[in-house]
Design a protein around this ligand. Structure first.
Ligand SMILES: C[S@@+](CC[C@H](N)C(=O)[O-])C[C@H]1O[C@@H](n2cnc3c(N)ncnc32)[C@H](O)[C@@H]1O
Length: 220
């Protein structure tokens, strides 16, 4: 799942993963589990309205997304006004930080954003980031994410549970065991699960026997 794969996706008019409103798990759980005085890292943020929801609720979300089409659409569709700062990185790439008083969005490859750029986080909201990446990339992602965590961090992780023989992904099938293995220092708890089978024609067409969206809390 490299830049080209996602760029093809962002060249289309609509993206199947994009939701027209904030995610129900986030709406239901964030105020019970997250602290408003702390910022929230939202890796691989797309043009997700979850960023807006977090900001409206009084959190300070920090999105990271490497596709300029996604970031530009997020800004334009939501009529946001941002200042910007550019940070050169070693390979000649640039990271751009768009920011206002309520949130920031980094146009950057997540793997190139370090603690020196964004600091560390006690709160992470991962929806369709971990599960968007194939096996080896998930290991690198988990390692990099851990390098951005403060002590006592909490990750809210949304995954998909289906029979792996019936769909290849993305979204990739992630087991509880894998989450525990990728985050061995964390306590992992399943908080909520709901079936998506009737939620979208895309899932119905695949004729899956099971497709659950699952919310995990990982605490360190
Ligand atoms: C499945 S989408 C999910 C977007 C968003 N989290 C949501 O819920 O709508 C995955 C996103 O990750 C972005 N992405 C993939 N690899 C990335 C990377 N290495 N750094 C930053 N963004 C990345 C893609 O461009 C895409 O927008």
């Amino acid at each position: 799942m490299d830049f080209e794969f996602w760029d093809n996706c962002w060249q289309r008019e609509s993206q199947p993963f994009h939701l027209a409103e904030a995610h129900t798990f986030l709406v239901k759980y964030v105020n019970k589990l997250f602290n408003k005085s702390e910022k929230v890292l939202v890796p691989l943020s797309g043009k997700s309205l979850d960023l807006l929801f977090l900001a409206e609720q009084g959190y300070y979300p920090v999105g990271v997304e490497f596709n300029p089409k996604a970031v530009n659409r997020f800004i334009q569709e939501n009529q946001l006004e941002f200042s910007s700062q550019t940070f050169p990185v070693a390979n000649g790439n640039e990271l751009i930080r768009y920011h206002n008083d309520t949130m920031e969005v980094w146009l950057a490859d997540f793997f190139e954003v370090t603690e020196n750029h964004i600091g560390t986080f006690e709160q992470v909201y991962d929806r369709a980031a971990f599960i968007a990446l194939p096996d080896q990339m998930r290991t690198s992602y988990a390692k990099h994410l851990k390098s951005l965590l403060a002590d006592n961090a909490t990750i809210l992780l949304v995954t998909m549970d289906y029979l792996p023989d019936e769909m290849s992904g993305p979204p990739f099938h992630i087991t509880l065991d894998e989450i525990k293995q990728q985050f061995p220092d964390g306590e992992v708890e399943e908080l909520c699960r709901c079936s998506l089978l009737d939620s979208h024609p895309r899932w119905k067409e695949l004729n899956l026997s099971r497709l659950d969206e699952v919310l995990y809390q990982i605490t360190f």
